[in-house]
Ligand binder design. Structure first.
Ligand code: DGP
Length: 114
């Protein structure tokens, strides 16, 4: 989608610190990190949220999860622990309507969320 921030980022039109790419996904550092490791994983194709992605393209949903695990390993947090978060809709604070998984690690990630 031409006016979607993360579509444009995936296309290389907006700069980002990309840490991993494959055919279906792009992973890049969050501009406002909430943990020592804070990487966003997105499908290249536009889907508004994780539910829409699951319904439309299960292979891409799996690819996003595989990419998240690979990022966690590359970032050195696979052994210490990490969290994958898909904020979905206004009550969860989703601010970019292109599905993105937050890979968070490198510190204790609290539960329950505030
Ligand atoms: P969410 O609240 O779940 O929709 O998270 C959106 C995240 O996207 C937020 O943590 C900040 C990040 N973000 C927004 N704009 C940009 C950008 O232009 N570049 C990068 N790297 N991250 C962005």
């Amino acid at each position: 989608m031409a006016d979607c921030l993360f579509c444009r980022l995936a296309a290389g039109e907006i700069p980002a610190t990309v840490v991993r790419e494959d055919e279906l996904t792009v992973a890049f550092r969050d501009v406002n990190p909430q943990a020592p490791t804070h990487v966003l994983v997105i499908p290249r194709a536009h889907h508004a949220d994780v539910g829409a992605l699951a319904a439309a393209d299960p292979d891409a949903l799996v690819a996003v999860h595989r990419a998240a695990a690979a990022v966690a390993t590359a970032e050195g947090v696979a052994g210490t622990g990490w969290r994958l978060v898909f904020n979905t809709g206004p009550d969860a604070g989703q601010s970019v309507p292109h599905v993105h998984g937050h890979v968070l690690g490198g510190r204790q990630i609290g539960w329950p969320p505030g």
